[in-house]
Design a protein around this ligand. Structure first.
Ligand code: PEP
Length: 271
C-alpha cells in the first residue's frame, strides 16, 4: 500500500504564509480506471510550491482505496473522503468508518456537503458525530456550511450558517486550527454556474470567521482555513481566491478535468 505518511507535515499550519487550499470534490464520478488516468495526467503538471498551495482531492470511496494501493497519486496531492460514518465500528451496513478512511492514507474528509444535507437528508446531529469521530481518527474534517436561496432571501444567512457551525462544533476543542477546515458553500451556487459575488463571499466569510473565534477561541478560530465553494472555475477563481477572507476553494465540476484542476492550482499559486 502506498503510504501518505510523508505528507503529515503538509497538514499543519495551513493558514501560515497566505497558504491557499485547492480542494477537488469529484462527487459520484470516476471509476478506478478513470481516477488513475486523471492522476497520470495531473502528474505532468508543475507541482505547486508547498508553502503556497495545498491540493486535496476527494474521490469516491472505491477510487480512494484503489489509488492508495497503486501509489498513482502525485506526492503533492493529499486525498480525502467525501463522507464518513457517524460511528466508529459496528453493524452499520454500507458505512465506512473514519479509521478505514485513514487506513487508505487519506488525511481529510468532507462533512456536511450540501448534497448530503439536502439530498440524502443528513441531520446536523449526525454531522456532529461524524466530525467528532473523524477528529478522533486524526482526519481533518472539511465542514461544509451554507444557506439555500430561500434562506438567503429571508435574511437568514447567520441563523442558518451559525446553526450549522454551532451543532457540528458543539463541545469540540481543537489544539490547532489546522485540525479543521470550513467550506462556505451557498447551496444556490453549487453546480448551478451561479457563483456568489465577491461582496457576498467576503461578508459570509467574515461572519463565519467571527463565529469560529467565538466557538473555538480567538487563536484557533482565527487560524481555521475557510474555503469558498460554488461554481468555481478557472475564469473566476483568481478574483475569488484573491479575496482576503478566502483561504482557497472547494471545487466540484471544474475539478473533474485534470487540465482545469491544474489551472486552478496555478491560479492559487499566483494570487
Ligand atoms: C462542490 O461540490 O462542493 C461544489 C462547489 O461544486 P461546483 O464547483 O460544481 O459548484
Amino acid at each position: 500500500m502506498k503510504s501518505h505518511s510523508g505528507r503529515g507535515s503538509q497538514m499543519s499550519r495551513q493558514k501560515e504564509n497566505n497558504m491557499k487550499i485547492v480542494a477537488g470534490n469529484w462527487k459520484m464520478f470516476k471509476t478506478i480506471e478513470e481516477a488513475r488516468t486523471y492522476f497520470a495526467e495531473l502528474a505532468s503538471a508543475t507541482p505547486p510550491q508547498a508553502d503556497k498551495v495545498r491540493v486535496i482531492v476527494f474521490p469516491n470511496y472505491i477510487a480512494l482505496g484503489a489509488l492508495a494501493e497503486t501509489g498513482s497519486v502525485p506526492a503533492w496531492v493529499l486525498l480525502g473522503a467525501q463522507d464518513v460514518a457517524a460511528e466508529v465500528e459496528g453493524a452499520f451496513t454500507g458505512e465506512v468508518s473514519p479509521a478505514m478512511i485513514r487506513s487508505t492514507g487519506a488525511t481529510h474528509v468532507l462533512i456536511g456537503h450540501s448534497e448530503r444535507r439536502h439530498i440524502i437528508g443528513e441531520s446536523t446531529v449526525l454531522l456532529h458525530r461524524k466530525l467528532v469521530n473523524s477528529l478522533e481518527a486524526s482526519l481533518i474534517p472539511v465542514l461544509c456550511v451554507g444557506e439555500t436561496l430561500e434562506e438567503r432571501n429571508a435574511g437568514k444567512i447567520e441563523e442558518v450558517v451559525f446553526g450549522q457551525l454551532d451543532t457540528a462544533l458543539s463541545d469540540v476543542r481543537l489544539s490547532d486550527g489546522a485540525q479543521l477546515i470550513v467550506a462556505y458553500e451557498p447551496v444556490w451556487a453549487i453546480g448551478t454556474g451561479v457563483n456568489a459575488t465577491n461582496e457576498q463571499i467576503e461578508q459570509a466569510h467574515h461572519l463565519i470567521r467571527e463565529h469560529l473565534k467565538q466557538l473555538l477561541g480567538t487563536a484557533i478560530g482565527g487560524s481555521v482555513a475557510i474555503l469558498y465553494g460554488g461554481s468555481v472555475k478557472p475564469a473566476n477563481f483568481a478574483s475569488i481566491a484573491g479575496l482576503p477572507s478566502v483561504d482557497g476553494g472547494l471545487i466540484g465540476g471544474a475539478s473533474l478535468k485534470p487540465s482545469a484542476f491544474a489551472e486552478l492550482i496555478e491560479i492559487a499559486e499566483q494570487v
